[in-house]
Write a protein that binds this ligand. Structure first.
Ligand code: PLP
Length: 368
């Protein structure tokens, strides 16, 4: 008889080969874990680029009052949020989609475009999830090195495009390096090929300029999020701007209810309280500049237009991160990021006292 249970075969043997090859996901340590592990009373987490001032009080108030947990999110709520985003960006509602964070939107865009052995161009180093998705789809990753200041090498990217190229990723400000891209460099890529150029602007609010104008091109998607500047990371909500044609295709592949009502209503409340977001961004930018100059005396730090700083020291970053953790400060060791040196660290810009805590711990480690 065929299809009978073979006791020696495990279902994990049947996983797709590309999934087996993806390295196991190792989440960063939480504040509570580090407290327990090292017996610390106070721990500062500067590892996930979260907003240290939290969400708008208006968004928090929505959560307190919300009681419709038993029904699916309503299309009216989605429409209202899209209307608010449209006003916020000055972009037509017909071109806006919302999703479960930029991560959820990225997943849908890959579902829309990428067949096995299609090519995806990723400038390196950049956000790790791009590599994960390319592997999941069985795509061929084309990794293009950045220039010395971490800006994309547009000529090299254009030279790498083939008939099989489906997506070109552009992240600006780039995670983990913090630099923004020049609109003309990205425009050159957009105009030179038919591939989709996915522009990830998770940190746009912290930057002096953005690439939203490129969303007018039919082969561009610009994605933004409520996770960073708006402080709603835990609610998993983001949005993207694309052509009306692409939006139609997007709506075919997305799960029916990707975002909860709570997230939608909190996002609406956040857009009604832009003052909160702007005041957070202002404080974070000021601290970013202060921290940059402090770090400049200690390590090789790069200018940033995001809410984090990227630096390299003489110590291996795995070791440096571990030593900082023992002293109650969690940073992101980037040595495993594709295209990063073994000395690469990303530190989020926190509140003033958190940043001071980090500097104190760093001095202690580097002196020792
Ligand atoms: C944080 C981050 C994301 C994830 O955003 P969500 O909206 O929370 O999914 C996406 N891209 C980059 C570059 C990020 O740093």
């Amino acid at each position: 008889m065929e299809g009978r249970k073979d006791r020696d075969q495990k279902v994990t043997d049947k996983l797709r080969e590309n999934v087996k090859r993806i390295p196991e996901y190792v989440p960063g340590k939480s504040v509570d874990e580090v407290k327990r592990l090292f017996g610390l009373k106070k721990v500062v987490k500067l590892a996930s680029n979260e907003n240290p001032y939290g969400a708008s009080p208006k968004a928090l108030e929505i959560l307190r009052r919300f009681d419709k947990l038993h029904v699916y999110p309503s299309p009216n709520e989605v429409e209202e949020l899209i209307e608010r985003i449209s006003e916020y960006l000055g972009v037509e509602e017909e071109r806006i989609v919302i999703g479960a964070g930029i991560d959820g939107i990225l997943e849908n865009v890959f579902k829309m475009f990428v067949d096995p052995s299609d090519e995806v161009i990723i400038p390196i180093p950049s956000f790790p999830y791009y590599h994960t998705l390319a592997s999941v789809m069985n795509a061929k990753e084309i990794r293009v090195k950045r220039k010395g200041d971490f800006r994309i090498d547009e000529e090299s990217i254009i030279g790498s495009v083939t008939d099989r190229t489906k997506i070109v990723i552009v992240c600006s400000p780039n995670n983990p390096t913090g630099n923004v891209e020049d609109v003309d460099a990205v425009r050159a890529i957009v105009e030179s090929c038919n591939a989709l150029v996915f522009i990830d602007e998770a940190y746009a609010e912290f930057a002096s300029r953005d690439l939203m104008e490129l969303s007018e091109y039919e082969n561009v998607v610009v994605a933004r999020t409520f996770s960073k500047a708006f402080g709603l990371a835990n609610l998993r909500i983001g949005y993207a701007v694309m052509s009306t044609e692409l939006k139609k295709a997007y709506m075919k592949v997305t799960t029916p209810f990707p975002v909860s009502s709570i997230a939608i209503l909190a996002a609406i409340a956040s857009l009604e309280d832009l003052e909160h977001m702007k005041s957070c961004v202002e404080k974070i930018r000021a601290e970013r500049e202060r921290l940059y100059h402090e770090l400049k005396n200690r390590v090789r730090v790069y200018p940033s237009e995001a809410n984090f700083l990227f630096f390299e020291s003489h110590m291996k970053s795995s070791e440096l991160a571990e030593e900082l953790m023992k002293r109650g400060v969690i940073v992101r060791d980037c040595s495993k990021f594709v295209g990063c040196s073994p000395f690469s660290v990303r530190v989020s810009v926190g509140r003033r006292e958190e940043n001071d805590e980090f500097l104190r711990a760093l001095d202690d480690v580097l002196r020792g």
